[in-house]
Design a protein around this ligand. Structure first.
Ligand code: C2E
Ligand code: MG
Ligand code: MG
Length: 527
């Protein structure tokens, strides 16, 4: 029992583990997955941003090359018109002009300013390929804007710094464009903090921050880089979706594994194991079906019949008795039936010494004297006569002839009448049966059923009755359901009947009520 309980506990624990573990694992994986996707997404965005910085820079270079390629006198109307074309043709170029000697010379926006001597400060940075860069240069025509100016060989273009960072992004993630040689910020999108972005750049994006993810990207061809960041909370919706997806997968996988575990457990808790448990815990009941004298209707005894209700379902004895026989459980079952029968009927049997109960035994119980010894011990000092406990054995259980013959003789010697049950279904020959001494034949219900029906099928019943008479034994007809059967059986000298016409098998309290009622209304049958 302890082994069984620990098996159940272990199986249930295993079931829980295999069900819950995938769910917990999937939550963890979903978390990791969301983190990874967030990072990948941000990295892609950084790559896009760095492409923009390259695009803007190359456009500035192309514009300068274009200005250099077109001839025309310095600040001549023709040249200023060319510069105007450049502004028109290059999307990111805001102004294009000529400079020299540390002064602005002319541009389409400011016109010819040579006479004004507008100072142009030294560049903030010079590239290796000859470009000069001014990071924040106030445009001569505007006090508002500070542009990035890129110049070479006396030609310059002005670029709005926002061009570097104004990507279309619904999430409006902050961006910083960076000169990677000087580690200075070229442009910042709105919402980006220069110090924050620069320190993230220096850490290559590996910032330990619970609120933000950072990513960096570097141009392969120019000394340009970007830093982008996105709030972790902005991915909550996305993360939740992933979590739901992984949870669903976890539940399905857990369910399948749980179901497999359940199948394993069910196999362990197989029918024989459950039956054993029911027998040990005495969860099996015994009902009693009256056997009546056909001529008078008097109830002379009862047959004890096992009943098993498992979780609200009645299991047929035909099924579980066979399972008990095949699994070495029939002896404990027979003992249980005897115990319950004596517990229930002792008083009745003592008060009516002619009343009896017949108990069904199996071939296993007939092979040795074990059950006889149990029975004898149980009856000692109960005041119940041995003849009141009768033994029913099917024809089939007589097959192991030698051992059975001796046990049957021993039962009879001890005073217990022996019945052959289901007579007619076991293919025993009359001569074979004659070698046993038995007391009563119970004619199987299948033969009784044919009585009163068409002549062809009812031909066997009279032969069996005649055979029983020849053997000199009393007869009980099983499964009597109609009055016509009673008349027929009485006519042929069958003494006893058992069947739903009289009563079904019932609990002891119902039996006592039934017996008492019957005593007052009993109508003897007369031929
Ligand atoms: P059985 O010993 O031949 O018992 C008679 C069976 O016929 C019982 O079925 C009973 O309920 C049923 N029966 C009686 N009268 C009628 C009727 O008028 N109409 C119908 N349709 N059926 C009727 P039950 O209780 O289902 O038992 C089936 C078999 O299971 C028994 O046949 C017996 O072979 C076996 N069995 C029952 N209890 C025990 C037991 O304690 N030990 C052993 N070894 N076998 C048992
Ligand atoms: Mg029986
Ligand atoms: Mg029977």
């Amino acid at each position: 029992m302890i082994k069984r309980m620990s098996l159940i506990s272990a199986s249930v624990a295993l079931g829980c583990i295999v069900t819950v573990a995938p769910v917990l694992t999937s939550i963890y994986i979903a978390d990791e997955d969301a983190e990874l996707r967030e990072q990948e997404d941000l990295q892609q965005f950084a790559a896009k941003a760095v492409m923009r910085t390259e695009l803007v820079t190359y456009q500035a270079f192309a514009a300068i090359a274009d200005m250099e390629a077109r001839p025309g006198g310095l600040c001549s109307p023709v040249q200023i018109a060319q510069f105007a074309h450049v502004i028109f043709n290059y999307r990111y170029v805001q102004d294009a002009g000529a400079y020299g000697g540390g002064e602005y010379l002319c541009s389409p926006l400011s016109g010819d300013v040579r006479a004004q001597h507008l100072t142009m400060p030294p560049p903030d940075w010079r590239s290796k390929d000859g470009y000069q860069l001014w990071y924040r240069q106030k445009n001569p025509v505007s006090d508002e804007r500070q542009d990035i100016q890129i110049g070479r060989n006396g030609k310059y273009v002005s670029i709005d710094p926002q061009s570097y960072v104004d990507l279309i992004d619904p999430a409006q993630r902050p961006i910083a464009a960076i000169n990677v040689e000087t580690n200075t910020i070229l442009a910042l999108s709105s919402g980006a903090d220069g110090d924050d972005m620069l320190s993230a750049w220096k850490l290559a994006g590996h910032v330990n921050n619970e609120q933000w993810h950072y990513a960096v990207a570097r141009s392969a061809s120019r000394p340009l880089g970007v830093v982008v960041k996105s709030p972790r909370s902005s991915l909550v919706g996305h993360w939740l979706g992933l979590l739901v997806m992984w949870l669903s997968i976890g539940v399905v996988v857990g369910g399948v594994l749980g179901w497999i575990a359940f199948r394993q457990i069910s196999r362990q808790l197989s029918f024989p194991a459950t039956l054993e448990w029911a027998i040990v815990r005495k969860k099996i009941d015994v009902f009693f079906q009256p056997i009546v004298r056909l001529t008078s209707g008097e109830c002379v005894g009862v047959e004890a019949l096992v009943r098993w209700n498992l979780n609200g379902r009645n299991i047929s004895p035909e099924i579980f008795v066979a399972v008990a026989e095949q699994n070495g459980l029939i002896q404990p079952l027979t003992d249980l039936v005897l115990d319950k029968t004596l517990d229930d009927l002792s008083t009745l049997l003592r008060s009516r010494p002619s009343f009896y109960v017949s108990i069904n035994v199996s071939s296993e119980d007939l092979r040795t004297r074990r059950f006889l010894n149990v029975l004898t011990a149980r009856l000692r000092e109960t005041g119940i006569r041995p003849a009141q406990i009768r033994i029913e054995a099917t024809e089939r259980s007589f097959m192991d002839a030698d051992a059975t013959r001796q046990t049957i003789a021993a039962f009879r010697d001890a005073g217990h009448p022996v019945y052959i049950d289901d007579f007619g279904t076991g293919y025993s020959s009359l001569s074979y049966l004659q070698t046993f001494t038995i007391d009563v034949l119970k004619i199987d219900k299948s033969f009784i059923d044919t009585i009163g029906q068409d002549a062809a099928s009812s031909i066997v019943a009279p032969h069996i009755i005649a055979m029983a008479h020849e053997l000199g034994v009393e007869i009980v007809a099983e499964g009597v359901e109609r009055d016509v059967q009673v008349e027929y059986l009485v006519e042929r000298g069958v003494q006893y009947g058992q069947g739903w016409l009289f009563a079904k098998a019932m609990r002891v309290d119902e039996l006592v009520l039934w017996l008492n009622e019957r005593r007052t209304v009993l109508q003897p049958i007369h031929l």
